[in-house]
Design a protein around this ligand. Structure first.
Ligand code: SF4
Ligand code: SF4
Length: 238
């Protein structure tokens, strides 16, 4: 994939520091940890054989404003390849201040430059249903679904060096035969983090090349408003 080739060009930390773009690299490092994960240091705290029990779940995580899917560069490239760019939007939702106060993780995400720059999956209707969800409640993108869906509900804390079960998923099932799926979810949680690092590096150093790949058209520029029009009557944090 062309995006992988682009990453190979920029993956050397020293190469970036010794380049003419060193100032950009230093600015990036001032606000972002650019190291890929040392995977052997991360512990999987989810109990053995435990995976989500989606068929018996009453809380559909593919709907709801708070569940809007933030996309990575790899997700954008995939949607372009699949000819499903109709699912993407550059306009991020406005979260009510109360929702951000209740969910510090969401507040942290919204404050980040990556959230501002990268697109999200479109949501439809008052229930804010993901545009990729079929009427039969299946994901029309599977198995090429976004990285954050691939790892859900497993959640990585780099500071604590662990992967845990995310609080937004209330339904689990446990059996030794689910162990391969548990391992895949753990791996996906680590992969999602590394893709975030790659995005920060490529957005800092390779914007013209991303434009050439057709990805740039889906990125929000510094002078563009990244948000949907604010709904009237709700206190909004931007
Ligand atoms: S909340 Fe968890 S169990 Fe429910 S549909 Fe989502 S991933 Fe599946
Ligand atoms: S992309 Fe698929 S799994 Fe992810 S929120 Fe949308 S419908 Fe659900």
């Amino acid at each position: 994939m062309a995006l992988s080739g682009l990453w190979e060009k920029y993956r050397s930390s020293w190469g970036r520091l010794l380049s003419t773009a060193a100032v950009r690299e230093l600015k990036l490092r001032a606000s972002f940890d650019v190291d890929l994960l040392s995977r052997w240091r991360i512990v999987n705290r989810v109990a053995a054989g435990t995976i989500p029990d989606c068929p018996n779940c009453t809380n559909i995580c593919c709907a709801g404003l708070e569940n809007v899917v933030s996309l990575r560069l790899r997700d954008i490239a995939r949607l372009i390849d699949l000819d499903r760019t109709d699912l993407m939007t550059k306009k991020k939702p406005n979260f009510p201040a109360s929702m951000l106060a209740e969910r510090p993780g969401l507040g942290e995400l919204v404050a980040s430059e990556l959230w501002r720059t990268l697109p999200v999956l479109r949501q439809t209707g008052d229930l804010k249903v993901c545009a990729a969800l079929s009427k039969r409640l299946t994901c029309t993108l599977y198995p090429h679904w976004p990285l954050s869906c691939e790892r859900f509900p497993y959640s990585l804390s780099v500071v604590r060096r662990q992967v845990t079960w995310g609080s937004r998923c209330p339904s689990e099932k446990r059996d030794p035969t689910f162990e391969p799926r548990r391992r895949a979810l753990f791996q996906a949680a680590l992969d999602a983090y590394d893709e975030r690092v790659k995005d920060a590096v490529l957005l800092t150093h390779a914007r013209p090349a991303l434009d050439e790949l057709g990805i740039g058209a889906w990125l929000t520029g510094p002078d563009e408003d990244p948000f949907e029009d604010a709904p009237k009557g709700l206190p909004i944090i931007r």
